[in-house]
Design a protein around this ligand. Sequence first.
Ligand code: F6R
Length: 240
Amino acid sequence: MKVHVYKDAETAGKAAGLLFAAQIIRKPASVLGFATGSTPLPAYQTLVNLYEAGVLDFSNIRTFNLDEYAGIDRSHSQSYYRFMFDNLFSKVNIPPESVRVPNPAATSLEAECAEYDAAIDAAGGIDLQILGIGNNGHIAFNEPGSFPFGTHIVELTPSTIEANKRFFDSADDVPRKAISMGIGSIMKAREIVMLITGANKAPAAAAMINGPVDSACPASILQMHPNVTVLLDSAAAAML
Ligand code: F6R
């Protein structure tokens, strides 16, 4: 893993955005893997700024998102589909049909999971994937305790419900289930950028980078990937 530490979250996020910008410039028909959450917002803003400045063209880009809540509609203010349109897709020239987020309204969620992995393969695989990490070491919604391979349906852990309740009226309103790309689906990406910011992420960052490869910290599997760049702010790097 290549590890870079920046002074603050904004700067680390900009660096992640610039790695994505370079990918888009090098390969205008890239397949990009996106994440939601607070962490990647400065990266997405960097991409929007570069698009507005005429540096980036998204017209041939295809994207896959890591995960989506089950049980809420795509129009829900907290749906990850809506998050991506609000923060990136509606602000750049990506054709709406080129973006894919797991569909919680599919008639069969199991079929949606299988189709999702097949669609990534059919697109040629993900060239560059951005990841955030949960306080408990999760990546996407792959919670501690196992390394599920493909896209699958997950039950959220109490820790994740607690962490995500800030986006809902209360913890009771956080969906209990989600659709998530698996560890195998993520590891198939040709290149991964892991962005970690904030003091609350310091233990998870240390476990991921310096700990054993263990499903107690699902992100530790990234030690086995040949092309991972970890970008941290100084607060998240405090325990390295
Ligand atoms: C979101 C995702 C999650 C988040 C993680 C960190 O698509 O896959 O694993 O990356 O929960 O979330 P934030 O950035 O909000 O701290």
